[in-house]
Design a protein around this ligand. Structure first.
Ligand code: NAD
Length: 255
């Protein structure tokens, strides 16, 4: 029997680390041909499985996105799936966030998702359709203190998802969004390491989630693979929360 993504050509942005890297493994297992679009060239990049096409790209740059998609089409013959996963996180509130920090978050997280979609959608249309999965965050649905630019960009991705879903539903492209809770990735490990009391923060992050722990990257990758596959054929414009129950409880409710 065919695997769920057999011979599908998939672009995974930010596939060099964390959630993106785990998603690469899920997609390969399901038979996809995978291209990773990532600006870093760290050790995970060197450990890419055989057959993965790596395009060193800054997704906030128009020409780099277009070149990457052109190269992927040249090497693989088209594009069926785009996983818009690459992202950055910074801290600051409305006073302490400077323009550079604001632009950095918006340019990578939001503009980058749009630019990669803009470059990929025409290729999907040539093949009769496709699937896009945007990775937002629980911080796209709610907020916490001191994450103005990040949380704002993540909220906007939900708008980006819905508007692209509406625009392209009639042309065979499904667009969905995943909102993870906290995931054990380099992004989160860096935040923990910078804390005055890393062990206390690690425990607090685990306890914040009703399931009692943060996620492993593969647990997000599996949901992304499902949304990209035909098993999710009637899903578009959906915002799928994968958060171990994080945003479910009524705040302050007694035990
Ligand atoms: N880790 C979490 O707890 C968590 C929670 C919710 C949402 N998310 C979101 O999931 C996505 C992946 O997060 P992660 O934790 O795996 O992050 P990560 O930092 O571990 O990995 C992100 C990857 O994106 C790449 N990247 C960053 N900026 C880029 C750019 N301009 N161009 C190309 N590649 C770029 C990095 O090189 C890296 O490989 C992000 O969008 C993040 O906001 C993460």
């Amino acid at each position: 029997m065919d695997r769920e993504l057999q011979d599908k050509i998939a672009i995974i942005t930010g596939g060099g680390h964390g959630i993106g890297r785990a998603t690469v493994d899920c997609f390969l297992r399901e038979g996809a041909r995978v291209a990773v679009v990532d600006w870093s060239a760290g050790k995970d990049i060197d450990q890419m499985p055989d057959g993965v096409l790596y395009c060193r790209t800054d997704i906030s740059k128009v020409a780099e996105c277009e070149n990457a998609v052109r190269e992927i089409v040249k090497q693989f013959g088209g594009v069926d799936i785009l996983v818009n996963n690459a992202g950055v996180q910074t801290y600051g509130d409305a006073i302490t966030t400077d323009e550079g920090t604001w632009d950095f978050n918006m340019n990578v997280n939001l503009r980058g998702q749009w630019l990669m979609a803009r470059a990929s959608i025409p290729e999907m249309l040539k093949r009769g359709g496709g699937a896009i999965v945007n990775i937002s965050s629980v911080q796209g649905l709610a907020s916490q203190r001191n994450v103005l630019a990040y949380s704002t960009s993540k909220h906007a991705m939900i708008g980006l998802t819905r508007t692209m879903a509406v625009d392209f539903a009639g042309r065979g492209i499904r667009v969905n969004c995943v909102c993870p809770g906290t995931v054990d990735t380099p992004m989160v490990r860096a935040t923990i390491a910078q804390d005055r009391n890393p062990e206390r923060l690690r425990k607090a992050l685990n306890n914040m989630h009703p399931l009692g722990r943060i996620a492993q990257p593969r647990e997000i990758g599996e949901v992304i693979a499902f949304l990209a596959s035909n098993r999710a054929s009637f899903m578009t414009g959906s915002i799928v929360v994968v958060d171990g129950g994080l945003i479910t409880p009524i705040a302050g409710s007694p035990e």
